[in-house]
Design a protein around this ligand. Sequence first.
Ligand SMILES: Cc1ncc(C[n+]2csc(CCOP(=O)(O)OP(=O)(O)O)c2C)c(N)n1
Length: 510
Amino acid sequence: MTQAQLIQQTLHTLAYLGVREVCVAAGARNAPLVSALLASSGIKVWNFFEERSAAFFALGRIMADRQPVAVVTTSGTAAAELLPATIEAHYQNLPLILVTADRPKSYRGSGAPQAIEQAGLFGVYATIVGDWDATDESHEGHCSDGPMHLNVCLDEPLETNVPGVDFAAAPPPAPSEEGHISSLECDLVLAAGMHPKDATEAAVLLARLGAPIIAEATANLHGFPALQSLLIPGGERALQSARPAHVLRIGAVPSWRWWRDLEALPKVKVTNITRTGFSGLARTENVETLPWENIRSTQFARVDPPCGILRFEPELDKFPESEPAWIRKIADAIPAGSRVFLGNSLPIREFNLTLHATKPGVEVFANRGANGIDGLISTFLGVSAVHAGECWLIVGDLSTLYDLAAPWVIAQMEHPRLRIVVINNGGGKIFSRVASLRALPDAARNVIENRHALSFEPWAELWGMEYLHTNDANDLADLLPMPMVIEILPHRLQTEAFWTDWQQPVIRPR
Ligand SMILES: Cc1ncc(C[n+]2csc(CCOP(=O)(O)OP(=O)(O)O)c2C)c(N)n1
């Protein structure tokens, strides 16, 4: 097979996998692929100078539109930069397609320049589609769940005049819609991480079921009037009072500590309905994991007596400058029709804690596959890239420092009404909430928390974003329609006081 045929074969495979968007980070080795993509029709090309952002951005595009997206790298460590996003895609079971240009197979193990062991680079995290070089004729494309890796060996001379293909000509892959409908009972529902379309389906089942629901913001259930009386506020604190016999978890693995504690409660039955295939628990006793299609079952029933869960609302007025109170103020400022992305660590937990309702059309996303604090801004930008409304990211300061190159792609977006809200509490403050770490001497906590006094204003300036540092929530209304960094410095002592108050043990009424 000639190099031109190999390039075309690769592009046709992407087309048949349903890829209509691709993120490229160019080098010399992948230039034949990049130039053929640019000569193609029916494909949107986003360009990046570094691969880690490209891959997380692609992940965000998949999360928003639920279509496969490819990322194309050159050879060497460029390919390795895709690993964190690939792991996240694996645990979210999302079709991130990795196309890595490689030197010919004969270079493997040689230590020659920019030749690393790319075949199988992503281990268990990606299905390998062939190991292609110009002599390999077996190039069967097939669609699978989760990430896929196409390693494409290209020899010199590199051909940069290969004609493109028409991606729109490929038929869209048939959706897999199979599942077995089972019957089950439950007395408590935990919901997290659902695409808004899935949330609409789940809401029908949950309204019929009538069991109490503890839902994270990313479940996208808080906008349904039929669920208002079932949704219990208070998250972790409300869960402390629950004595369920049978938990139904739908969507992603919840971020609540209580979910982790379920490991030690083997008598509590857990039924998972999820697109990821992961149970989210190490224990297997009394745990079943069903495919998403079971959400349409009519065989569900609520267990009586109910699990006795109590309602808690955080008393934010007592600590108005605390971090949770700020999160509530930000949530209230987010207009209808916005997309929201919640950073890991404290932002997602505090948003869930203070959540009471969402405005119409607000959609919430997060990376809860592997819970990384890397790539969050890039994933947010992918989720936001073609959204016409406002897009809000709430993210910690260390998480922001992790992804400083992310805004590169903003210049390619049509409606970048972005609000990147950095909750700058001067380091990884989640660790100050862990009792064993709080007991450490200050010098050790300094290292663990990576305390700092950095400001994000120069970063905003570097990327031409507006910058707002505010102590007044009124400043969050009617923001200019442009990319913006909003830096919030919550009050440290009020935040500590809030948590002390909130962690008081739950007293159950007789
Ligand atoms: C890639 C990665 N590295 C390290 C961690 C471990 N980790 C979890 S939270 C956290 C600190 C987060 O700090 P920040 O983003 O400032 O948020 P805060 O906790 O202050 O809200 C770290 C390092 C992780 N989850 N992911």
